[in-house]
Design a protein around this ligand. Structure first.
Ligand code: ADP
Ligand code: ASP
Ligand code: MG
Length: 411
């Protein structure tokens, strides 16, 4: 008998019919004799709808109150699923994050899980009940409701699996696994049987929203066997593993990630003295803005240009801070650009292969796509390009690195 944590995402519980289908599925696992903890998201679109309501009151809603509100989406689905299970003769009970006591810090809208009380869950499981837990939410030490950031139900699932030492955490969603890239953008994307934690972490942090980054971090840290599966189609899904198999067929690149969430800022004609980077980025981090990619040009005429990217939501704020800095250090001008996208190739195979980056640049050059910024690490290469070329770039790279699925007959 196994203990399995099953997380169902928004589209999988997006209607009463789907919730009934999920209940059928959970019932089958139960009949196999497995102990089941289910984590659910809000119905698809519900979290966005709630945020939209708050934005009608204020452009920047108070984070504490936002969390009180958006956490309600998941409270609805846990109760509906528990009802659907009970209707089928499966004993079940639902809990909010607070009721379980999923203790988090107090960073509203992006809280981190500190501790999970597993007592209640274990008692219920022992009594033969399926436990249905609200994803995405917790409670801080003062009793305030918190949420874990968008996509946070994945993290609830993995954290519960870690706390309960579950045999597996299964993430059920609307695709049948992790693909070489978003299958909605590249129809030729291929499902991966396996991907390493390290690669999945890069893919998630570079924009593949199939798993929330923190859920992958948690799974790696606590060694939780994690699998991504389709909610309503049979199949093996994708296993996230520790092993880096040494096989001849190990591809150099496992996947391509992309995002449109960044904006670029350039400060030009900066007097080139020691400490320039600190003078420019110090006030940015002082304003609590995270910087991603950075490029500083070699100086000529004793001045330099300095370019960096931030989250698009922080763009206006960062522009304001940078314009101030420009005045203080007598820089020539500040330029902002939100028409950018970041495309990244990811793969542990890169460690043992030279020339991966140049193959990437060649593929982009062939399509006439200009690269504005580059950053590399041991297992990834990222470039910033003009946003309108994003899909073209992802497709070209997918083909160049031989990731395309073989054409089916008749295609
Ligand atoms: P859920 O609501 O179940 O949490 P999400 O929308 O958060 O589902 O995540 C699933 C989606 O992630 C898919 O529909 C797909 O479009 C997207 N996605 C992005 N990158 C990938 C990838 N590499 N593999 C699979 N899906 C991906
Ligand atoms: N409902 C939350 C969101 O839409 C959490 C989740 O779905 O994982 O972000
Ligand atoms: Mg999700």
């Amino acid at each position: 008998m196994a203990l399995i944590v099953q997380k169902f995402g928004g589209t999988s519980v997006g209607s009463i019919e789907r919730i009934e289908q999920v209940a059928e599925k959970v019932k089958k696992f139960r009949e196999n004799g497995d102990d089941i903890v289910v984590v659910v998201s809000a119905m698809s679109g519900e979290t966005n709808r709630l945020i939209g309501l708050a934005k009608q009151i204020s452009e920047q809603p108070v984070p504490r109150e936002l969390d009180v509100m958006v956490s309600t989406g998941e409270q609805v689905t846990i109760a509906l699923l528990a009802m659907a299970l009970i209707k089928r003769g499966v004993p079940a009970v639902s809990y909010t994050g607070n009721q379980v006591r999923i203790l988090t810090d107090s960073s509203f809208t992006k809280a981190r899980i500190l501790q999970i009380d597993d007592q209640k869950l274990r008692t219920d499981l022992k009594a033969g009940r399926v436990v249905v837990v609200a994803g995405f939410q917790g409670v801080d030490e003062h009793g305030n409701i918190t949420t874990l950031g968008r996509g946070g139900s994945d993290t609830t699932g993995v954290a519960l699996a870690a706390a309960l030492k579950a045999d597996e955490c299964q993430i059920y969603t609307d695709v049948d696994g992790v693909y070489t890239t978003d299958p909605r953008v590249v129809p030729k994307a291929r499902r991966l049987d396996k991907i390493t934690f390290e690669e999945m972490l890069e893919m998630a942090s570079l924009g593949s929203k199939v798993l929330q980054i923190r859920s992958v971090e948690f799974a790696g840290k606590y060694n939780v066997p994690l699998r991504v599966l389709h909610s309503f189609q049979e199949g093996p899904g994708t296993l996230i593993t520790i092993d880096e198999e040494e096989s001849m067929e190990q591809p150099i690149i496992s996947g391509i990630a992309f995002n449109r969430d960044e904006a670029k800022l350039t400060i030009r004609g900066v007097p080139d003295n020691p400490g320039v980077a600190f003078k420019i980025l110090g006030p940015i981090s002082g304003a609590n803005i995270e910087v991603d990619m950075i490029v500083q040009n070699i100086a000529h005429d004793n001045t330099t240009d300095f370019t960096f990217t931030v989250h698009r939501n922080d763009h206006l704020n960062a522009m304001r801070v940078l314009e101030n800095t420009a005045r203080e250090i007598s820089a020539r001008e500040v330029i902002g650009d939100t028409d950018i996208a970041k495309v990244s190739i990811v793969g542990v195979g890169m460690r043992s292969h030279a020339g991966v980056a140049s193959r990437m640049f060649e593929a982009l050059a062939k399509e006439g796509i200009n690269i504005q910024m580059i950053s590399t690490s041991e297992i990834k290469v990222s470039v910033v390009i003009e946003e309108k070329y994003l899909e073209l770039a992802v497709r070209a790279l997918h083909t160049a690195f031989e990731l395309d699925a073989p054409a089916r007959q008749g295609e």
